[in-house]
Design a protein around this ligand. Structure first.
Ligand code: ATP
Ligand code: MG
Length: 424
């Protein structure tokens, strides 16, 4: 036998039994984005490597060790996108969308990072990205957080998520802070892991984001950026907190919250679920006012977040899967005449009831085996068409979920009967 080819480690198929939950989430997201006035943007999955090096930062986990980078056939270095913000800014700059304009954008799709696969951490995963340009905040910062809260509400998972907030201040404030941080971590040099020791020189803020358990205690004692924030940064954070308070959103200020990417400034936030364990961050974002300029544009206010779809979907009830994926009816057609008539009747039903989910048995089979398939399909009702029914212009209807007798309904009455029992 020939060897079977398997999927790449950390890259998963999303099977038919799982897709209803994805579709449900996507439908809710799409609807909410529209109601807040966000427009969809669709971006390539591959970009020049340089774009990510310049935006995410050379000394970050992503750029140092997680990117899927390869040479194109003409020698250009390309990378499968590890996140969406860089590509979104690139596209907006390229098409002149950023100068003196306000934009609210969103996208959803796969991202790629060569990480160690584990629960909640994959090599191909999906993010919803939301970006807002041209607004200094903190009103738009609050809007993004309100929007995320509404996503949790619509999906019935508000209870599972907690909001953490912090300010990364301005570049100058971070530079001042950096000295103190280098000083502090310098005292613990021997206890730092290899990555952190290297970052002590290149990017000490990154150490705060370390997932290394042995460093927790040291990180806990580190100086906090909050003490280095000036008037403007403080009032930005204050303004945001007041709006969140007024909107009844609970949050915790976490002075050690930094983000895994270099381009953030001022507001940063994460929605975390204790239910997910170590990979608990479902949604993370913040302000990145410096990035557009860094990528060759004029200084532009910007803020965004990315929501990890896999982690979000893990939080949904298992029941969602079944309910939203189920067909209404499975049509059993016993005999050649019934097969022919059944296909035509099904088309008429689809014309008359646009939301009807109807599976027609194909490939023949005995009455019994068709019934078994109907059962397995998880449909609510079996529609039964045999010789007798065809001759009488009727259809048998049997509930597959409740213990009810089969009824016979005239084909002429079928549409109104189905509308009633299925409430369509
Ligand atoms: P983490 O701290 O978990 O590594 P990160 O800071 O690298 O996250 P971001 O780049 O901010 O994450 O991505 C935003 C969100 O995307 C995360 O909060 C998470 O929900 C999701 N995410 C990031 N990396 C992965 C991955 N490898 N697999 C699945 N989801 C991911
Ligand atoms: Mg990461």
């Amino acid at each position: 036998m020939t060897d079977k080819i398997q999927a790449i480690r950390g890259m998963h198929d999303i099977l038919p039994q799982q897709t209803p939950r994805w579709q449900l989430v996507e439908t809710v997201l799409r609807k909410l984005m529209a109601t807040y006035g966000y427009a969809e943007i669709r971006l390539p999955i591959v970009e020049r490597t340089e774009l990510f090096r310049r935006s995410i930062g050379e000394v970050t986990d992503i750029v140092e060790k997680e990117m899927y980078t390869f040479d194109d056939r003409n020698g250009d270095s390309l990378t499968l996108r590890p996140e969406g913000t860089a590509g979104c800014v690139r596209a907006c700059l390229e098409h002149g969308l950023l100068h003196n304009q306000v934009h609210r954008l969103w996208y959803v799709g796969p991202m790629f990072r060569h990480e160690r696969p584990q629960k909640g951490r994959y090599r191909q995963f999906h993010q919803l990205g939301v970006e807002a340009y041209g607004m200094p905040g903190p009103d738009i910062d609050a809007e993004l957080i309100l929007l995320t809260r509404r996503i949790w509400r619509e999906l019935g998972i508000s209870e599972a998520l907690e909001l953490q907030l912090n300010s990364l201040g301005s570049l100058d404030e971070r530079l001042a802070y950096r000295h103190h941080l280098v000083d502090y971590f310098g005292h613990y040099r021997e206890r730092l892991d290899e990555d952190s020791r290297r970052r002590l020189e290149t990017n000490p803020l990154r150490i705060l984001d370390s997932k290394h358990p042995a460093l927790h205690e040291i990180i806990e004692g580190a100086p906090v950026l909050k003490d280095f924030l000036g008037e403007q940064s403080n009032s930005h954070l204050q303004g945001l907190m007041e709006m969140l308070d007024a909107a009844g959103i609970c949050f915790a200020v976490n002075p050690r919250l930094v983000r895994g990417l270099d381009y953030y400034s001022q507001t940063v936030f994460e929605w975390v679920s204790p239910r997910l364990g170590a990979q608990g961050t479902v949604c993370a974002g913040g302000r990145y006012d410096g990035l557009v300029e860094q990528l060759g544009g004029k200084p532009t206010h910007a803020i965004g977040f990315a929501l990890g779809m896999e982690r979000l979907i893990t939080l949904l009830d298992e029941e969602t899967e079944e309910a939203s994926g189920r067909a209404h009816c499975y049509m059993i057609c016993a005999g050649a005449r019934a097969e022919r008539e059944g296909a035509l009747l099904a088309e008429r039903l689809r014309d008359a009831i646009p939301h009807l989910k109807l599976i027609v048995n194909c490939g023949g089979g005995s009455f019994k085996s068709q019934f078994r398939r109907a059962d397995k399909s998880n449909a609510d009702y079996a529609l039964i068409l045999g010789d007798d029914e065809v001759s009488n212009q009727a259809v048998g209807i049997k509930s597959l979920r409740r213990d009810e007798d089969q009824v016979v309904v005239a084909q002429a009455e079928l549409v109104s009967h189905l509308r009633t029992v299925l409430t369509l």
